[in-house]
Design a protein around this ligand. Structure first.
Ligand code: ATP
Ligand code: ZN
Length: 284
């Protein structure tokens, strides 16, 4: 029995989805315009689909699980439950208007025409703000709409904002922050659930490892306690004596987001020869 996973066939989520599986030790070959691939060493069958279709496939149980952006998941509003945030495909759904327009609040949009590929989320934003505006649904190149007189504003995905800028638009309001998520069908049987649990266990180990670094350093014994206090470690740091009796080697795990700050403090406390090593998997 294989668990069926739907991922994007090609596009911004495709490579990161395959890489996540590979990092989990699951070998999936993609390419050659194929619709499906069977993993070599894990009970998983991968379906390559348009991202827009993934929520429906998962709701219907044709795919048991899927990887899709929250933007698409919420727009489609299907019965698919989020199992895990995946930390890639980060973007936001934002309202943008012409650079020359002065937007100070959503009321700017009253009576205006908004082009978007996300009519459901756009309408929800308008309703929440008690705004009446006309939504013009288009499936691609939304950013061109104001320039050709099709709309006054757009509601579109943004990551850097450079596409908007190049089209004479300015991002004025973000209505949803999005990243790729792993979703599941509501009713999996025990066997399917077990495979999903194994997959999620691996995904968590991979993601934790990415967010942490292994740090080795030499500490003068005179400031050893001060240095230990700076380091969390998985339980507490490992301390080993060096051949030179006045120094110790200290090993620990540091979260990426505290990293530079901690390294500074460690150097100030007298740490030397600091080595920082990536962690491949982390199971706690
Ligand atoms: P498909 O052919 O599968 O329908 P698509 O053209 O709709 O592909 P892509 O542009 O490949 O989709 O984007 C897929 C997903 O990647 C988006 O739904 C979103 O979750 C995420 N994403 C991340 N950054 C961006 C961005 N700057 N612009 C668009 N999507 C982004
Ligand atoms: Zn799409």
């Amino acid at each position: 029995m294989n668990l069926k996973l739907a991922i994007q066939k090609s596009g911004r989520l495709h490579e990161d989805s395959i890489k996540l599986l590979n990092d989990c030790g699951i070998a999936v070959k993609s390419g050659n315009n194929q619709l499906r691939a069977v993993a070599e060493n894990f009970p998983l069958e991968v379906y390559f689909l348009r991202d827009d279709d993934i929520p429906q496939y998962v709701e219907d149980g044709v795919a048991h699980i899927g990887i899709v952006g929250e933007n698409v998941l919420f727009e489609k509003d299907k019965e698919a439950e989020i199992v895990e945030m995946l930390g890639f495909g980060k973007c936001r759904l934002s309202i943008a208007v012409k650079k020359t327009d002065a937007y100070s609040s959503p009321s700017f949009l009253e009576g205006k025409k908004i082009a978007t590929s996300y009519p459901v989320l756009t309408q929800r934003f308008l309703d929440d703000n008690h705004i009446k505006a006309e939504i013009h649904e288009i499936s691609g190149s939304v950013e061109l709409a104001p320039g050709i007189g099709l709309a006054d504003a757009v509601c579109d995905l943004v990551s850097s904002g450079s596409t908007l800028f190049m089209n004479g638009l300015q991002e004025v309001q973000s209505i949803l922050k999005s990243q790729a998520v792993l979703v599941r069908n509501k009713s999996l049987n025990d066997e399917q659930q077990k495979i999903l649990d194994q997959l999620v266990f691996r995904i968590r180990a991979v993601r934790k490892a990415k967010n942490n670094k292994y740090v080795l350093l030499n500490a003068p014994n005179s400031s050893l306690q001060q240095i230990i206090d700076l380091l969390p470690g998985m339980k507490s740091p490992t301390v080993l004596p060096l051949a030179n009796g006045e120094w110790s080697s200290v090993h620990s795990v540091l979260p990426e987001d505290e990293f530079w700050e901690k390294i500074e403090a460690l150097r100030k406390a007298g740490a030397q020869g600091i080595l920082v090593v990536p962690i491949e998997k982390m199971i706690i």
